[in-house]
Design a protein around this ligand. Structure first.
Ligand SMILES: [Zn+2]
Length: 98
């Protein structure tokens, strides 16, 4: 689908200055496929969960202090930085069964 629009790794390597957002994107995130879309995924441990978020999968809160998953599209039309800015926080369980 949007695959052809994705920045490839050669284009990424050509970016000499990486923002913090981009570093987040490539600083240890893994790639997973959900519902036919590729996502970057990171586990947020309990001690790093400083705010509560609304889980987009079930519509209830992910309370502060609860380990969870943050995910963003690997196929965002406007690239990885835009995708990271639109990252979503999921309950670990909700992400697993998504
Ligand atoms: Zn949830």
């Amino acid at each position: 689908m949007a695959r052809s629009r994705r920045t490839n790794k050669y284009q990424r390597a050509a970016q000499s200055e990486l923002s913090d957002v981009t570093r987040l994107a490539y600083g240890g995130a893994r790639r997973e496929t959900r519902r036919g879309t590729e996502w970057f995924v990171r586990d947020i441990p309990a001690h790093r969960a400083e705010k509560s978020y609304r889980c987009p999968a079930c519509g209830t809160d992910v309370p502060a202090g609860q380990a969870h998953v943050v995910a963003w599209s690997a196929e965002h039309f406007f690239g990885d930085e835009a995708a990271v800015r639109e990252r979503r926080h999921f309950h670990a369980h909700c992400w697993r069964i998504l």
